[in-house]
Design a protein around this ligand. Structure first.
Ligand code: AMP
Ligand code: TRP
Length: 333
């Protein structure tokens, strides 16, 4: 079957992947790969925009690659590789940086959040500012149509569209103009300890998230400790019951059952019973991912071969795009 469109996405190797990453992004990667040309990248160059401990950075990069595969990304269906193995990404990022207004970068929410309260003198790094340009390069090199991401990345995709359109209008059509692909219910899974902020790898407490590799006991303990709202009804209402609604969203996504169905099941039950069942559901759904991951850790050589193969395949596409870009701009090639 001819695959329809091109899908590209990436995840940073900056710590434990959690169920927010899975529901907001990786699960969509898996679903989309069968009907679309798909390229999935471990974006290590993005991770170093915040200081990394070398050993951890190395481990985390392989961990994300193995989790991609453990979650169901099939290297026979998709191209899976490490960003830094395909040098076209940083080269196109440089070129795009020369076309990017500084103001556009400064107004990005992620940049503002990461630099909040600090002055330039206090060490706001240029890498954080230029982060979206590298992300645009990642996407545009593959003539991408669809970018599956969580809601926090939508602004970066809009920025990518702006750069693609700018280049196309200056030099003639060169890039596809991509669109964000966001799953309405799971685009922003909130923290378990604080439903007013998104679930995040960099949260101060590990009670904020369920890691994809958390043990059954950790899952039980974290769900038991998760914040709830006043009252005792298991009801979906994002305004009045933000914490319970977040837990219902997680339950609903893993059980593949609508909110209303879950409300029905727990109509005469309390938070405690709901939380117990949610913990057991998560344990059951994460078990096959954890098993596959464990197998892969015993076969790191095979994982590296997949990644090197992925890089070779990715470069066939990215080198073609980069050559077109340079030729149009007048580079001697
Ligand atoms: P990152 O860990 O920042 O590289 O994110 C990887 C992917 O997961 C991106 O597409 C994010 O938008 C998505 N993501 C991260 N946190 C969440 C969350 N709390 N809810 C839904 N999606 C998320
Ligand atoms: N910025 C994304 C994040 O933090 C990661 C990323 C880098 C990405 N390059 C990308 C996502 C290209 C989609 C497409 O989640």
């Amino acid at each position: 079957m001819k695959k329809k469109q091109t899908v590209f996405s990436g995840v940073q190797p900056t710590g434990v992947l959690h169920i927010g990453n899975y529901l907001g992004a990786i699960r969509q990667f898996v679903d989309l790969q069968y009907t679309n040309e798909s390229v999935f990248c471990v974006v290590d160059h993005h991770a170093i925009t915040v200081p990394q401990v070398p050993e951890e950075f190395h481990e985390n990069t392989l961990k994300v690659a193995m989790l991609y595969i453990a979650c169901g990304i099939d290297p026979k269906e998709s191209i899976v590789f490490i960003q830094s193995h395909s040098t076209e990404h940083t080269e196109l990022a440089w070129i795009l940086n020369t076309m990017t207004p500084l103001g556009e970068l400064e107004r990005m929410t992620q940049f503002k959040e990461k630099t909040e309260g600090r002055t330039k003198k206090e060490g706001v790094l240029a890498g954080i500012l230029n982060y979206p340009t590298l992300m645009a390069a990642d996407i545009l090199l593959y003539q991408t149509d669809i970018v599956p991401v969580g809601e926090d990345q939508v602004q970066h995709i809009e920025f990518t569209r702006m750069l693609a359109e700018k280049f196309n209008s200056r030099y003639g059509r060169t890039f596809s103009v991509p669109e964000a692909y966001v799953q309405r219910d799971t685009a922003r899974i909130m923290g378990l300890d604080d439903a007013s902020k998104k679930m995040s790898k960099s949260a101060p407490s590990s009670n904020n998230y369920i890691g994809l590799l958390d043990s059954p006991n950790e899952i039980r303990q974290k769900i038991a400790a998760a914040a709830t709202d006043s009252g005792k009804e298991v009801q979906y209402n994002k305004i009045k019951k933000p914490a319970i609604s977040n837990l219902i969203e997680i339950y609903s996504a893993f059980a593949e059952s609508p909110h209303s169905e879950i409300e029905k099941i727990y109509k005469d039950k309390n938070y405690y019973e709901f939380k117990n069942d949610l913990a057991e559901l998560l344990i059951k759904k994460l078990a096959p991912i954890q098993e596959k991951y464990k197998e892969l850790t015993k076969n790191k050589k095979q994982v590296l071969e997949i990644l090197y193969g992925g890089s070779r395949k990715s470069r066939i596409i990215s080198q073609t795009t980069l050559s077109q870009v340079k030729e149009k701009m007048g580079y001697v090639i």
